[in-house]
Design a protein around this ligand. Structure first.
Ligand code: BDP
Length: 686
């Protein structure tokens, strides 16, 4: 098995009571109540799934009577469901997929197939499911020439040179996979966007993709380069020399561009924008605000129902104070100033997709502006494609954090699903981990992160245990003991990764160029806040970034209840300790150990954790496809080597400040700090 089929394998179920039940009860499919492309997709997928799982032909009948064991699609506009929700139930001998819309039927189809793939019984089936968030997006950071920013699974899925004449069959397989987990929107290009995507040359390529995605209920978005009018204006007459959002000619340029796009793609989703961030152009180039820029674009797409997703990932080109506070300071004052079709997209944490971050304080601070969540699925800071890191745990930790914005219980999830502040628009985005590798995600186990992101985008109430179980059963094995072992591996993997890289709230101590491996000694970079010492602040006294009143005071960006949890180093949860406090090396932590000893313990136990993952994986060998087994086993071995590098580099480096011995029973690293520096710096060469 080369992993290409993801969680949509549909291999024949082994003979069992439940399989016999399915075979008896699912004999035919009634025609869909509509001939829309999405409804046709639902039928096609259901048939394909059932024929595979049950290993028999399923007839598509012109009708299925109440006395027949068939699947019936029912469109019911007055059902108590959300627009894309579904209800699966049994009526007489029939199995009903009921929804208000064709999209609901498609999601219901995949819901039923998932139920069968995970061996749920049909007897008494009564399953209602509604998406909690409207726009469930993947953001692809794909470039015009086919590379992917921070992509580790090959090159772009989009073969721009071949489009639109040659259509890779993979585009449809990609759309199926997304639809099966509820993803309904994709931004196809990098947020560091080339203006070329706005040209007629590229728009027809994007249209070709949109045509393939549409029958799967997926809308296309484009990332835009804010300076596109100026960049492309060079070839226009009269030449356009500005991208100032308050310039009428610029406004007209975007309106015309939007019309051109909607003529090609009538259901185009809208624009995704990274502006005035990390060197990208934006409204501040013209002394305008983020709201000025976003609203100008919003007006261009409003007539066709488009939205603008404006990213809050900004920090000033002239670093001032604590980077932690910058997005908040830029955006909080703009709350309420955005047009009604603007969504502000906020990364889960205040800095930048670190292995663990506290939730961004913006989630507790923007009641009048719809906020979207941005998670990273691609493992830029989480081990690329050589580390098993199941991210559902990390996503859940953030979504379940309490902002206290409307008092206790105002979780981040309730902010982004709109229930806290009644946002009219809701969205969640994941930076995709897909690429041209045959198994889509490089590390086979990283498929679970794509899967979990989509499922959580649909229903953030799902537990990480459920997500792990579903994915394992659909993808790897249904043997209960093996499912249990692999579930345990997935659930512990994120903490293991944090332990051997950035335990106790350390952050941003990775290699500077490719963000791979440790570089805690990094002292100089183009900006102070791109170094490691800026964040860990190690000195002879202790370790960690003081963000309390005696330090940067960033903690005050949170509600008082959150501050109360985090502002006392004696009670601050250990996972966040060094995010907020500079702690003395000999301070005794709640574990009973000193900071130094606890730090070392975590680094060593992190590496031991990888060895445990290797053993656990070995123990399920008999239940796993050979090709997949070998691939994962190989990557776990690489992960072990990399974990040792992280551990040794970090403990030896921090030891130069702590000046304390590595605690028993842990052995002193065999390599010197200089050897590790050399090794790790060679990793960083381009
Ligand atoms: C950083 C990535 C960079 C992205 C940036 C972003 O290193 O490649 O462009 O995030 O999200 O983490 O815009």
């Amino acid at each position: 098995d080369d992993g290409y089929r993801l969680w949509l394998k549909y291999d024949p179920l082994p003979v069992s009571a439940v399989q016999k039940e399915y075979t008896a009860l699912l004999t035919a499919i009634a025609p869909p109540p509509s001939d829309s492309p999405v409804a046709q997709t639902a039928v096609k997928e259901l048939r394909k799934g059932l024929e595979g799982l049950l290993n028999k032909k399923i007839t598509l009948q012109t009708s299925v009577s109440i006395s027949e064991n068939g699947v019936v699609f029912t469109l019911n506009p007055s059902a108590k469901l959300d627009a894309e929700g579904y209800h699966l139930y049994r009526k007489g001998k029939q199995t009903i997929i009921e929804a208000k819309t064709e999209k609901g039927l498609l999601y219901g189809t995949f819901g039923l197939l998932r139920h069968l793939q995970t061996l749920g019984s049909l007897t008494g089936l009564d399953l209602v499911s509604n998406p909690k968030i409207q726009l469930r997006m993947l953001n692809h950071w794909d470039n015009v020439l086919g590379t992917i920013e921070r992509g580790y699974a090959g090159s772009s899925l989009w073969k721009w040179y071949e489009l639109p004449e040659r259509m890779d069959p993979r585009y449809e397989d990609y759309a199926r996979a997304n639809a099966s987990i509820g993803i309904n929107a994709v931004a196809v290009n990098n947020v560091n966007a080339s203006a070329r995507f706005m040209t007629a040359e590229y728009l027809i390529k994007v249209k070709a993709l949109a045509d393939v995605f549409r029958p799967y209920g997926i809308k296309v978005f484009l990332s835009v380069n804010f300076a596109a009018p100026r960049i492309l204006g060079k070839w226009e007459t009269p030449e356009l020399k500005t991208s100032d959002p308050l310039d009428p000619q610029v406004q007209q340029w975007w309106k015309d561009k939007a019309k051109e796009i909607y003529t090609l793609i009538p259901d185009f989703g809208g624009f995704l924008v990274k502006a005035n961030s990390e060197g990208e152009p934006g409204p501040q180039d013209y002394k305008r605000t983020h709201a000025d820029g976003a609203n100008m674009l919003a007006k261009a797409v409003a007539p066709q129902g488009g939205v603008v997703i404006w990213r809050a990932f900004v920090y000033s080109p002239n670093p001032q104070g604590d980077r932690f506070k910058e997005a908040y300071n830029e955006f909080k004052p703009l709350d309420g100033q955005f047009d009604s079709n603007v969504i502000v997209q906020v990364k889960n944490g205040p800095i930048d997709f670190q292995p663990r971050e506290p939730f961004s304080p913006l989630f507790g601070a923007m009641p009048k502006t719809p906020l979207a969540m941005e998670f990273q699925i691609t493992q830029e800071y989480l081990g690329f494609t050589t580390n098993l890191t199941f991210l559902a745990s990390m996503y859940k930790e953030c979504l379940e954090s309490d902002t206290y914005a409307n008092g206790k219980g105002t979780t981040v999830a309730k902010v982004i699903d709109g229930s806290a502040h009644q946002y009219p628009l809701t969205a969640i985005a994941g930076v995709a981990n897909t690429g041209s590798d045959r198994n889509w995600t490089g590390h086979f186990m990283s498929q679970a992160n794509w899967y979990s992101f989509g499922r959580l985008a649909w229903d953030h109430g799902l537990s990480e245990e459920t997500l792990a179980d579903e994915w394992i059963k659909m993808t790897l094995t249904r043997v209960p003991s093996a499912v249990k072992t692999i579930r345990e591996m997935l659930l512990v993997s994120h903490e293991t990764y944090v332990n051997f890289t950035t335990p106790l709230g350390l952050h941003h101590i990775m290699g500077q160029n490719i963000h791979f491996g440790p570089e805690p000694w990094l002292e100089r970079s183009r900006r102070p806040d791109w170094t490691s010492i800026y964040y860990h602040r190690a000195d002879s006294l202790g370790l960690g970034f003081d963000r309390t009143a005696s330090g940067s005071n960033a903690l005050t960006l949170y509600r008082p209840e959150v501050q109360a949890q985090w502002n006392n180093p004696a009670t601050c949860p250990l996972p966040y300790l060094l995010w907020f406090h500079h702690v003395a090396w000999d301070t005794r932590l709640s574990t009973g150990q000193t900071l130094w000893n606890e730090l070392c313990t975590r680094y060593y136990e992190g590496v031991n954790g990888v060895a445990d993952l290797q053993k656990q994986w070995k123990s399920v060998e008999n239940h796993i496809d050979e090709e997949i087994f070998d691939d994962v086993a190989g990557r776990l071995a690489v992960q072990h080597r990399e974990a040792l590098n992280w551990r040794d580099a970090c403990v030896l480096y921090f030891q130069t400040y702590a000046k304390r011995p590595i605690p028993a029973p842990y052995p002193t690293p065999e390599r010197s700090l200089d050897e590790l520096k050399k090794l790790v710096e060679i990793y960083q060469l381009r």
